[in-house]
Design a binder for this molecule. Structure first.
Ligand SMILES: [Zn+2]
Ligand SMILES: [Zn+2]
Length: 344
């Protein structure tokens, strides 16, 4: 069968890989249909690593996907052949202290699709997954929508792990797919206002269209001055969704005393620099968000209810043989790209 493998920095090739066998007990064989191109895939594409995770070539990327169940192994009851499913790319052991505490996303033995040293990704025609990672899609959601459940689950989890956002003034720094998923998850919870900062103007326009109350390009305007002027009490919570050092500094300057910084973005460097004096005097809480936990079904429900709006996240769709082209486009932020989909 065919797979798309990363064979060097910024090089993707269609390769032939062995057919896969029957699924074992508790597993399913899935025909992959739609695969999303994620910012984290871009880190591997551009630099061959994220922190301590280093790619050994060739390597198959991809973790955001939906497909159709072809075969189910013994004991599988939640899905059956023919089921259309969204898939959670995180495979937890179910036995460690984290899993037992309901924190499967920080499982001590976690394997995550398309993560070097853990598991190959889903940029291939067929894949075997544990059945408990599969969530059946309702009829009105397409495979592309199913793929979007993974990025949307991250925004839902980020908002849930903060808590009640009702009547709060909130910042989102970075409006790629994850910033967009955070905004989508905030809106039904009735925040007082949401300020979005983003360096790409076309993404700011999307943010405004999605109901951001203030959309600022920090390359063109003084974000901190503008927010601190418009919001005398400053912000209650800021979601950092771009992995940028300057964004963390801005967040801390815009947060009110007692405010919370939620770090969702993945930086390409190893150490954050933090202004100790402000953090201490304002007693800022910093909380990291690690992917998502138990939010796939919430994402399916959210897409089912408000699908037409959220589907706009997908801006590009290509056949897998054109993966290199679309990765290059995402890498360069060309053609107003938000989320690109590779189909199999
Ligand atoms: Zn992703
Ligand atoms: Zn575990």
């Amino acid at each position: 069968m065919k797979a798309v493998a990363l064979t060097n920095i910024k090089t993707l090739e269609v390769v032939e890989i062995p057919e896969i066998n029957d699924p074992a007990n508790g597993e399913v064989l899935i025909k992959v249909k739609s695969v999303g191109v994620c910012g984290s895939d871009m880190h591997y594409y551009r630099t061959g690593r994220i922190g301590s995770q280093v790619v050994a070539y060739p390597f198959v990327l991809g973790h955001e996907f939906a497909g159709e169940i072809v075969k189910a192994g013994g004991g599988v009851t939640n899905v059956r052949p023919g089921s259309r499913v969204a898939v959670d790319p995180a495979m937890s052991c179910g036995e460690c202290d984290q899993c037992r505490a309901g924190r499967e996303h920080t499982c001590r033995n976690l394997t995550f699709l398309g993560n070097p040293g853990q598991a190959d990704g889903c940029m291939k025609e067929y894949i075997i997954m544990p059945a408990n990672t599969c969530f059946e899609l309702p009829d009105n959601l397409s495979f592309d929508d199913g793929m979007l459940c993974e990025p949307f689950s991250i925004g839902i989890y980020a908002v849930k792990s903060f808590g009640n956002v009702s009547r709060l003034d909130i910042g989102i720094l970075g409006f790629g797919p994850i910033g967009m998923s955070v905004l989508s998850a905030l809106k039904p919870n009735k925040p007082s206002s949401v300020i979005v900062s983003e360096k790409l103007d076309y993404r700011l326009r999307i943010a405004s269209g999605f109901g951001a109350d203030m959309a600022v390009n920090p390359l063109k305007e003084d974000l901190v001055a503008k927010v601190n002027e418009g919001y005398k009490n400053q912000l209650d919570v800021v979601f950092e969704c771009c992995g940028q050092q300057d964004a963390v500094h801005q967040a801390i300057e815009m947060l009110k005393p007692g405010g919370t910084l939620m770090i969702v973005g993945i930086p390409e460097f190893d150490v954050w620099h933090l202004p100790v004096d402000q953090l201490r005097r304002k007693e800022i809480t910093i909380k990291n968000v690690r992917r998502q936990n138990h939010c796939m079904q919430d994402a399916i429900d959210m897409l089912t209810e408000v699908s037409s709006d959220l589907k706009q996240m997908i801006t590009h769709r290509v056949d897998y043989t054109k993966s290199q082209e679309v990765y290059d486009l995402v890498e360069a932020y060309e053609d107003n790209v938000m989320k690109a989909v590779v189909t199999f």
